[in-house]
Design a protein around this ligand. Structure first.
Ligand code: ZN
Ligand code: MN
Length: 460
């Protein structure tokens, strides 16, 4: 039996750091700093409430119990990334406990969520081993983090990855995180039967979480198979080799010497504040997926894909007020493909409901052919403009009858062999001719019209 648990650090959208007014935006190293985030003697932390509200939203989205009073604590350790020699975090009284995150076919319990400050970042210029110095960038020092802890409930690396993807999607959906630019780091705890728990620290991609867990399972199983005793320890993951390496024996909680943080008051959220945050929360994505399937009779996968971004789901609902839902869902799936291919977010495109309404209108009135439609939608999405003008500019408007007729005549003249095949009753030759006409029209001729014209022309 394999047991996997996760501790995830997610950086919520926030303009400033958790305990000072310094910006969280990237910049030249060590320029976004002040006495507080540099840990100077005499400096005092002050809580950035926006970051706390973001954390509450995340906790509510995972159905956590919100503690009306919680406390900050100092976690002591000595390392150059931590100028104060302690990190301000929450310990035995976090602000959120006992939550749930719904995956497709399983509910994953959440032990707790707390907020804390990120340490500075270290840059090992000559690699981690054997170097004489390390560069430190304090811009990251004090950046807000939400730490989400699960019990060891995942039974496979793939499931742990699915959880991370769902968590990121949810955080993005409720507007506290940007799935494309935002940062997540995970520690993954792994133990196979007969081997004590091992923690692999600071993994920065979902794929690597899966790889690290896969490697650990094999490593621990082979230790158990040899009849050796495994040790509880902290390991690091090497991206290049896909392997883990011993860092140090795991600190016990006593070694961290947690003490209450004396410079910050208790973290309090009132019923009124909580109610206000609750009202700002959108319909939960899992519920909304189920409602889309039921109410609009679209496929489950289509509803799932619409939920990848809240703006996408919102626009879909706006568009189906005027259009057929299954047709709209089909074209929004195509929108998703284009977004993925170009690695752009929907909410950055400027593509509006009117664009989709006009597009679907043009499609159903046959102003644009199906092949032209795909091209048109791609252009509309990446460079939004009035749909009709754009179609005209790109030469995508469907051909009129007269123009189509001209092309049909030309194709008949140029393909005597196919024409005589058709006359001898060969179906394939007819398809070939239709294809030739559509090609000659650069996709602008409508298939039905072409077929009718060809039949007419050849049967006389
Ligand atoms: Zn600062
Ligand atoms: Mn932490």
């Amino acid at each position: 039996m394999v047991k996997i648990g996760l501790e995830i650090h997610l950086q919520p959208n926030s303009k400033s750091k958790l305990f000072c007014a310094c910006s969280t935006e990237g910049a030249e190293p060590n320029t976004k700093v002040c006495p507080t985030c540099l840990g100077m003697p005499g400096s005092k932390p002050r809580l950035n409430t926006d970051a706390f509200i973001a954390a509450i939203k995340l906790a509510l989205a995972m159905n956590c119990k919100i503690q009306k009073i919680s406390f900050f604590a100092r976690k002591t350790y000595f390392y150059p990334d931590l100028p104060k020699n302690f990190q301000i975090t929450q310990y035995d009284q976090p602000f959120a406990t006992e939550g749930l995150l719904e995956l497709k076919d399983r509910k994953i319990p959440i032990t707790r969520i707390h907020i804390e400050e990120d340490p500075a970042s270290l840059k090992h210029v000559e690699g981690k081993k054997g170097t004489e110095y390390v560069l430190i960038d304090y811009n990251r020092s004090g950046t807000p983090l939400c730490e989400i802890v699960t019990p060891p409930v995942f039974s496979s690396p793939a499931e742990a990855r699915e959880f991370l993807e769902e968590l990121m999607r949810l955080a993005d959906y409720i507007g506290i995180f940007d799935a494309q630019e935002g940062k997540i780091r995970a520690d993954v705890n792994v133990s196979v039967e007969g081997h004590p728990r091992v923690e692999v620290k600071n993994i920065t991609s979902f794929r690597d979480v899966e790889r690290a867990a896969q490697f650990e399972i094999i490593r621990q199983e082979s230790i158990v198979a040899r009849g050796e005793r495994g040790v509880t320890e902290t390991r690091s993951f090497d991206q290049r080799t896909g392997t883990t390496d011993s860092m140090r024996h795991k600190e016990t909680e006593e070694e961290y010497g947690y003490i209450p943080e004396p410079d910050l008051p208790p973290l309090i959220i009132t019923d009124e504040q909580l109610e206000k945050v609750r009202l700002e929360m959108p319909e939960p994505p899992r519920k909304r997926i189920a409602r889309f399937v039921k109410e609009y009779k679209i496929k489950q996968e289509q509803a799932e894909s619409l939920m990848s971004e809240r703006a996408l789901a919102d626009q879909f609902e706006e568009v189906v007020r005027k259009n057929d839902a299954s047709l709209a869902a089909m074209w929004y799936s195509y929108v998703q493909k284009i977004l993925n291919f170009n690695a752009v977010r929907f909410d950055r495109t400027g593509f509006k409901a009117e664009h989709m309404n006009d597009f679907l209108g043009m499609l159903s009135s046959g102003v644009v052919s199906k092949r032209g439609a795909e091209l048109l939608l791609r252009e509309l999405l990446l460079h939004p403009a009035p749909a009709r003008q754009l179609a005209e500019k790109l030469g995508l408007l469907a051909l009129g009858e007269k123009e189509t007729e001209e092309i049909v005549e030309k194709v008949i003249k140029e393909n005597p062999q196919a024409v005589s095949d058709v006359k001898r009753g060969k179906e394939k030759a007819m398809q070939f001719l239709v294809g030739q006409v559509i090609r000659a029209s650069q996709g602008r001729a409508k298939e039905q019209a072409v077929l009718a014209l060809l039949k007419n022309a050849l049967k006389q």
